[in-house]
Structure formats: C-alpha cells, structure tokens
Design a protein around this ligand. Structure first.
Ligand code: SF4
Length: 291
C-alpha cells in the first residue's frame, strides 16, 4: 500500500506521482471533521495536542478491560454453569478498578447473551470473530462519485480498529463499545461510524481477511452498539442511507483539502469543551466581547 498522511496531502500531486502520499482517513478523523473542520485543522494538520479528559482516560481503560475479557472468557468452562455462576464468572474476568458499575452491567449483558446463545444452540457464535483488530484498505473516490463537485479523483488510505465483530448465520455484525451516555440524538452519528467500518471492511483485501480468519465472501449485514452507562444495546440492519450519509461526509472532508478551507462550526455550549477554545477565532469573538 502507498504511504499516507494527514498533513500536506494534495490530490493532484498524489494522482501524478505514485511516490507522493495519499490521504489517511480514520473513523476518528472523519468524525472530527464532521464535528468541526477547524478543530480537524488544529488537531490533524497543525498537530496541536488535545486535552486528555477524564472521560477519555476512562474510555481507554474500559476498552482494554473489555478486550481482555473476550480474550479470557472460556465458553466451555461456562457451558455447564447456572445463570448466577455465569454472572459471577463473567464479572470475575473484569478488573477491580473505578469502573465496577460498568462491569456489572457488562457482565449482566454478556450473561444474558450467553444464556440465549446456549438456549438456541449457537454457542459457537458467542465469541467475536475479531476482537480489537486494526484493518487497512485503499479506495479511490472519483469525481463523478461525489454529491458535491470534486476537482480530482482521490485515492485514500482507510484505517480503523473494529472493537468486536460477530458472525451470525447471515453475515458479520460489528459491535461498537461506547463508554459515554446514550441518547437518541446520537443515532445518526453512530450509524455513520458503523457505515465507516462497513466501508473499511468491504475494501480490506481478501488476503488480509483470510489472515484474520474471516470469510471474504461474507458481508456485514447488521451493525450494533453498546452503551453500558445506561444499558443500551442497539442492533439493526445495515442502512444504505447511512452509508450514503457517511460518503457525503468523506466528500466534504476531501473538499476541505482541495480548497484548503477549514470553517469553524461554533456551538456555544459544546465549544467550551474544545481543546482549542482559547485560540479559535469563532470562540474568542463570540458573545460578550461583541456587545
Ligand atoms: S472552539 Fe468550536 S468552532 Fe472553534 S475549533 Fe473548537 S469546536 Fe471548532
């Protein structure tokens, strides 16, 4: 695969010279640009560090705990256990730290899922086929693919880590783990994130899928997300409208690069939490100072 970058990407140069780097897009970078192009500029182009919040640190610890949980859970060991024994066993595989409330919810969720899988004779599908695995792929977006005009074709390097992916009778189901609080207003954004994973998975070379133990013939048919903070698990069929919405987000990012245009997306309530609040013109020009 070609060298890739966030900084200094120029589609015209990349199209004319195979040694020039192509653009890297991850789910995080794409969602960052969707949230605020100027924040993307500060973060990915200017390389200014973001503040590490308590929520980010907690998310990282719990992601590691859940990854370890799946590495350690032994289906054969749990197969003959009673529901309360499974619950105790599931909980015992989480660490003792500041996130016990989350782990109780996650252990209860996994216990119910295990009991259902056992009842349906589908314990072979209980464990994920991939657990925190990074995928890489290259795709090309041509000018005529775009909903808004693009001046150039863009070859892009996609990269992402899928938290978990499960195999069902009809296909694969990626499941995203979130440690924040769920609200229905997050559904559109979650679907775009899941659509990004589907795009990445579809574009991953077959030989890489085989090396990971995946069947290249199988498609992602559903996606799901789990918010243990308020015990919400959403599972649904892939929505083509979300795939289209995600691709529009990608084209908007490419247009920012083509036009070197990184507009602010100022929102009074959320911008106060932005790491770049004090250097952002939209934030510093807002409100009282204009009176
Ligand atoms: S303060 Fe708001 S408008 Fe400015 S960069 Fe941050 S998110 Fe964007």
């Amino acid at each position: 695969m070609r060298e890739y970058t966030y900084v200094g990407y120029d589609a015209k140069i990349a199209n004319e010279n195979e040694d020039a780097p192509i653009l890297k897009i991850t789910k995080s970078s794409l969602m960052n640009h969707l949230w605020c192009p100027k924040q993307y500029d500060f973060n990915y182009l200017q390389g200014l560090p973001q503040d590490t919040s308590e929520a980010m640190m907690a998310g990282s610890i719990m992601h590691n705990s859940y990854e370890d949980w799946y590495n350690e859970f032994d289906v054969q060991k749990a197969e003959g256990m009673s529901p309360s024994e499974i619950q105790d066993y599931a909980l015992s595989l989480f660490p003792i730290d500041d996130y016990t409330d989350f782990y109780h919810t996650m252990a209860a969720w996994e216990t119910n899922r295990f009991i259902e899988s056992r009842g349906e004779g589908k314990l072979d599908q209980f464990m994920p086929v991939i657990n925190e695995v990074k995928l890489d792929a290259e795709v090309t977006i041509e000018t005529h693919d775009a909903h808004l005009p693009l001046r150039h074709n863009h070859t892009i390097h996609l990269q992402g880590i899928i938290d978990r992916m499960f195999e069902e009778d009809q296909g694969y189901v990626p499941v995203e783990f979130k440690t924040g609080k769920w609200g229905n207003h997050k559904a559109t954004g979650m679907r775009k994130e899941m659509a990004f994973y589907k795009w990445l998975f579809d574009a991953t070379p077959d030989e890489d899928k085989v090396a990971l133990g995946l069947d290249p013939e199988k498609k992602i048919t559903h996606w799901a997300w789990f918010f243990p903070k308020n015990n919400v698990f959403v599972y649904e069929k892939v929505k083509n409208v979300s795939v289209t919405g995600m691709m529009k987000t990608v084209v908007n990012l490419l247009r920012s690069y083509e036009n070197d245009d990184w507009p602010t997306n100022y929102r009074e309530r959320s911008c106060v939490n932005c790491s770049y609040y004090n250097i952002c013109d939209a934030a510093t020009n807002d409100g009282w100072f204009n009176i």
